[in-house]
Design a protein around this ligand. Structure first.
Ligand code: BDR
Ligand code: CA
Length: 316
């Protein structure tokens, strides 16, 4: 089994990422940590605890992390995910509470006591991970790699040149990129190719489970709100992008994706371009690659993997 720690900010697509993670027997989920991102931390924490309760995964430790980005003024994405963060969907109230250990302590202790290096899957702004690496640099050899959804080699969804997670806490992202820990970046370059069509989404209704119905509801909401943002292509209404799912999918089915190693750094000073992830595609900087940047995905295989997970979780 692949031991993992998940760091997230649910959020509609984070919830879909958790769905795939908890559906797959190859993963050994040691810990889930939560941070602010799509919403303030009270909401991301509630959404994590209530979703895990709904899918009967209340034995996993959920630890709460940081409430604000390192330096930037906090920005959330309620316009995309809804006020509660899951469109109009509500799970039942949580059946368990967050851990007494704060996220950084829980990650540190989990990593230092593990039998083998652990993979961190991060689908938020990376604030928790940067804080962990700053506070406890000795954990680095115990992290196998960090699979992060965020950034973009080309384009953005928060500004024309910055993806949301990188825009929200660029300093955290840069710290992680400079840490020496291997990073896989599922940026918009690949997540925009891992889309689901409306027709495919409609098939969910045939699954007949309460869960599939709720997923379809969330997706409808998400598609609509995403289509209202100025950075989206006209086909956006028809292409539902579940970004965060890629950060798990690339671990369990790596052959589904292609990518390459590049030197990547984050714009921290630009007046208008903060959070741009500059991928040295031309390899002109002469700097050693620090990030494995994914650029394409076998969409059909991705859909099968994702829908199988919805079926599996729906039967729990
Ligand atoms: C990322 O931003 C968030 O809104 C999503 O959850 C995802 O992590 C996509 O840019
Ligand atoms: Ca997210």
């Amino acid at each position: 089994k692949i031991p993992i720690i998940i760091d997230c900010d649910p959020g509609i697509d984070d919830t879909m990422m958790l769905t795939l993670a908890f559906a797959r027997p190859e993963l050994d989920i040691k810990l889930v940590t939560v941070e602010a991102g799509n919403l303030t931390i009270d909401k991301t924490a509630y959404n994590t605890l209530s979703f895990l309760s709904y899918i009967k995964e209340d034995k996993v430790e959920v630890a709460l992390g940081l409430e604000k980005p390192m330096f930037r003024v906090q920005e959330v994405a309620e316009d995309i995910h809804g006020e509660g963060g899951l469109g109009n969907v509500k799970w039942a109230d949580p059946t368990f509470e967050a851990s007494k250990r704060p996220a950084i302590q829980a990650m540190y202790e989990t990593l230092m006591t593990a039998q083998q290096p652990i993979t961190i899957v991060a689908t938020g702004p990376l604030t928790n991970i940067a804080a962990l690496l700053l506070a406890h640099p000795e954990v680095k050899p115990f992290i196998k790699e960090i699979s992060w959804m965020g950034g973009a080699a080309v384009g953005g969804n928060m500004s024309t040149v910055a993806e949301f997670n990188a825009y929200v806490d660029p300093h955290a992202v840069e710290l992680v990129f400079r840490s020496g820990v291997p990073v896989i970046m599922s940026g918009l370059d690949v997540t925009h190719k891992a889309y689901i069509t409306r027709e495919e989404m409609n098939e969910l209704s045939h699954l007949g489970t309460d869960f599939a119905k709720k997923v379809a509801e969330m997706m409808n909401f998400y598609t609509f709100t995403q289509s209202q943002t100025p950075f989206n292509a006209p086909d956006f209404e028809k292409q539902i992008r579940v970004h965060d799912v890629c950060a798990i999918a690339c671990l369990i089915e790596p052959t589904m994706f292609t990518g390459d190693d590049y030197f990547v750094e984050v714009e921290l000073e630009g007046r208008l371009t903060q959070g741009t992830t500059l991928v040295d595609y031309a390899k002109k900087t002469g700097k050693t690659p620090n990030v494995h940047v994914l650029h394409s995905v076998d969409r059909a295989a991705f859909i099968t993997c994702f829908f199988d997970a919805i079926t599996t979780i729906g039967k729990k």
